[in-house]
Design a protein around this ligand. Structure first.
Ligand SMILES: NC(=O)c1ccc[n+]([C@@H]2O[C@H](COP(=O)([O-])OP(=O)(O)OC[C@H]3O[C@@H](n4cnc5c(N)ncnc54)[C@H](OP(=O)(O)O)[C@@H]3O)[C@@H](O)[C@H]2O)c1
Length: 404
């Protein structure tokens, strides 16, 4: 059979549908059900077989869902123990009970597609090994910047091209808050607005304190350098007490404050940091506002690349999940093999980790009402000695590349 025949099977071949179970039919799982229906024909053609969402797990059966009520269940076993269901989409959120259910699905040889970065940050290597042992796929494109295909770009597009750095604005909530503060809103007003627009959760601390972005950066770095990068390797700073006055000061100096995540291979070590940073007009994050996210990178042979899109939302995330379902349906697990390989590495990492901003950056320093952008480059220790131990220091990047 030729490749074209696999992708575009004749109608008479009538391949068996790929039966999909959804663990969670909320914002993301519900959008997966809707888009699978809306793009049924496109998905069938590209996957080489029809894709049917046959079951969805929820807690509350009485809420309206995009699946008929007879397909809903409150028993995870109805999905995990059904031999006809080949692929499970995990769209629950949180580490438990998702971890136990994903393990159970993989142990039964079912392929899993997830958008849950918390789960991967906590158990990625173990789940990857289990998937490999059972010949199942584990797909997770939607974990970072919803549907934007950044993980495939790093793991497959740059598979033979050494990556120098990868960075981005990868948390929509923080970016919405900073964008509003740039317009003069106080932090409390900006957070309230982000909550009203559905970008911030009732407790937005994991976003505003930088932990959500740090988990995503750990996944990006894992794929960029093909070895697991764990959370403690990332220096994490949140927005803290940054106020509209700081953003106005930056603007007058020709910079904007963006919630940056950056990993760079610099002086033989991986430097990883997350936090607000000042960026100049030539930086990839300069014009990325509100709910937009960006991922940028530079590799030895391709040079600079940049991918941007809305960083959250049910349909945006479902777009990435459906792409993973199509890839899995095409099987064998080619895409998953590339994306799983870095998680399977054991032993000492090839490159030492250095939590912190790479490059000898300029610093924006603030202590009390004093604000300054240092003209000379200095280390963080030198900057603190000069501005005081309580100074708030933000790195300043004129463009994407950490300067030697
Ligand atoms: N929302 C986004 O824009 C976005 C973007 C990228 C990634 N993600 C990730 O996608 C995942 C899902 O997020 P979401 O926004 O779709 O969450 P959500 O709207 O809260 O949906 C969660 C779904 O899981 C079900 N559920 C949770 N715990 C359950 C349990 N113990 N038993 C049975 N059902 C349970 C809920 O059932 P009920 O409806 O009955 O409560 C609900 O249908 C998370 O990992 C999130 O980080 C979300």
């Amino acid at each position: 059979m030729t490749g074209a025949a696999v992708l575009f099977p004749s109608a008479s071949a009538a391949p068996r549908p790929l039966e999909v179970g959804l663990l969670g039919v909320g914002t993301v799982g519900g959008a997966v059900a809707r888009l699978a229906e809306r793009h049924r024909e496109l998905v069938r053609r590209r996957a080489g077989r029809p894709v049917e969402v046959v079951r969805g797990l929820v807690r509350d059966l009485s809420r309206p869902r995009p699946l008929p009520v007879e397909r809903l269940t409150t028993e995870a076993g109805d999905i995990l123990d059904d031999p006809a269901i080949e692929l499970v989409v995990e769209a629950l959120g949180g580490v438990q009970p998702a971890y136990g259910w994903v393990r159970r699905a993989l142990a039964r040889g079912k392929t899993v597609v997830t958008a849950n970065k918390d789960l991967l940050a906590a158990h990625g290597p173990e789940l990857a090994r289990l998937a490999r042992e059972r010949g199942a796929g584990l797909y997770y494109e939607a974990c970072v910047v919803s549907g934007l295909p950044v993980l495939r770009a790093l793991a497959e597009g740059l598979a033979a091209d050494p990556v120098e750095y990868v960075g981005g604005v990868v948390n929509a909530t923080t970016n919405v808050v900073l964008s509003r503060m740039e317009e003069g809103a106080t932090r409390a007003e900006a957070v309230a607005l982000a909550q009203r627009l559905g970008y911030a959760e009732a407790d937005p601390s994991s976003d505003l304190d930088g932990w959500d972005a740090a988990r995503k950066l750990a996944i990006l770095a894992t794929l960029a350098w093909s070895e697991p990068v764990r959370l403690p390797a990332v220096e994490v700073a949140g927005l803290g007490d940054l106020g509209p006055e700081d953003l106005a000061f930056a603007r007058e100096a020709g910079y904007r404050v963006r919630p940056l995540a950056l990993a760079a291979l610099w002086r033989g070590a991986l430097h990883l940091a997350v936090g607000p940073a000042l960026v100049g007009p030539r930086h990839a994050a300069w014009d990325v506002e509100g709910s937009m996210n960006v991922v940028y990178a530079r590799s030895a042979n391709l040079g600079r690349l940049r991918l941007a899109s809305r960083g959250a939302g049910g349909e945006e995330t479902a777009s990435g999940i459906l792409a993973d379902i199509v890839a899995a349906a095409r099987g064998p697990h080619l895409a998953a093999a590339a994306c799983l390989e870095p998680w399977l590495r054991r032993g000492e990492p090839a490159r030492p980790r250095r939590p912190g901003w790479p490059g000898r950056v300029l610093w924006f320093a603030r202590e009390g009402t004093r604000r300054e952008i240092t003209r000379e480059r200095m280390t963080e220790a030198e900057a603190r000695a000069r501005f005081g131990r309580r100074a708030r220091l933000l790195p300043v990047y004129d463009d994407d590349a950490p300067k030697p």
